[in-house]
Design a protein around this ligand. Sequence first.
Ligand code: C2O
Length: 536
Amino acid sequence: PQTRVYNFTVHPLSITRLCSSKSIVSVNGKFPGPTIYANEGDRIIVRVTNRAQYDITIHWHGIRQILSCWADGPAYITQCPLQTGQSYVYNFTVTGQSGTLLWHAHETWLRGTVYGAIVIFPEAYPYTFPDEEHVIILGEWWKANVEDVETQALQAGNGPAIADAYTMNGLPGPLYNCSLQDTYVMKLHRNKTYLLRIVNAALNTELFFSIANHSLTVVEIDGDFTKHYTTNIIFLTPGQTTNVLLKTDQGGGRYYMGASPYMSAVKVPFQNTVTLGFLVYGESSTATTSNIPSFPASNDTNFVTQFSNSLRSLDDPSHPEGVPQTVDKSLFFTVGLGAKPCAPNQTCQGPNGNNFTASMNNISLILPKVAILQAYYFNISGVFQSTFPDSPLSVFDYTATNPPNNLTPESATKVNVIPFNSNVQLILQDTSLLGAENHPIHLHGYSFYIVGQGFGNYQASSANFNLVDPPRRNTVGVPVGGWAAIRFKADNPGVWYMHCHLEIHTTWGLAMAFIVPNGIGANQTLPPPPSDLPAC
Ligand code: C2O
């Protein structure tokens, strides 16, 4: 194994998109930020220096951070943010995992521009080594400052403004105003096999991705290999990554590739914008331009369901290590939106003049002023309570068309403690209190198996689990008006954030944290924090 050292300087960058200029927060003056490359087993050291006017942290999304929770990055969960002028060294090993992941800012909405890819080359590929590879990061772009988009969404008490554009490697593409020059072009060679590493780094939008005239073979999701699945269109929630094999086996020319939004809560599909780029290969003299690929409608939940049901891990009876077959700790969390009274002096555009909120088990997370991990490790009292319930305190018909309207969530900082090494099963149940929606729930510190999912209320008696080869991910799209069941072994001590990866929902409180205490002996014990850990 090697040590890979990166320096990330976070600083303002002036940038023009859609004919309008603004200053964004960037890493090393790049947008998207630099890609981190490593081999499985390597140590990665990133010295982050904050030269921006905002507090910041960086999170290595999907890195399991085994015995290195101090390097995970979510603000006020595992560390206090780096203030302007401060530095912090993130130091971790990529143990037993490979594939495509992403890094992003994990403080307020800064990940709207502060993001990049992580590429970890595996010890061995379970498929023919591709000839070449490319990273495609999908995102959103606002003409306004993302921090202002956040403030505005919160002050008005309504949802966030829809992005002015979707982007591919930071570029909106030809369908947007004056963006013809800002189009991502991927030059390939004919008759080769490429590995495309596709990342959804958007703040608030789930996306379909497709390439005209070409099929895509999914081989990996969220850094875990899958059985091959060939399709014309893939689907990714924010925080998800998908590796696909692409054969340049067409006649040559210019082919459109693009991404369009999935909006699970919208009943009537509507025309929304599409980010496009080009894939180019073959003789330029005979080059023809393809049609734009056709995308599912913006509310095509059937496509999303069928796609996620088609993904399978490599596990099977001959590969038995993975899926927990028994359960030691059984959890049931509701996830959903709700309403809370409008604050005095505020005009709220949420339901009945109220404010939007979001919760798990009807508890809306308030981020503390001291990081939970620091408080836990140093026994600082009064920062959090260890009383996050294993199941909802009020049981109701979660997905009813006329749900109860008297469930105002409690705002609190509560964690759920999981015994070290237990096999956890967690049912995530969407609620329709304020309109059902697909919630991409992301767990830090672990990858989990998605053993089942369905619509309506979860019922153990009728749930059909796949305990043989369920897909393994770090972010699961809980079906709109439905549920997902995940399993993992809690063998990594620390404080692990779990939240909706639609940033507006996290801001509204759709988040909680687990504490996994140390096991026995040094190889099951979280070491002390690095000496440069920022203080609050
Ligand atoms: Cu990708 Cu807690 O985030």
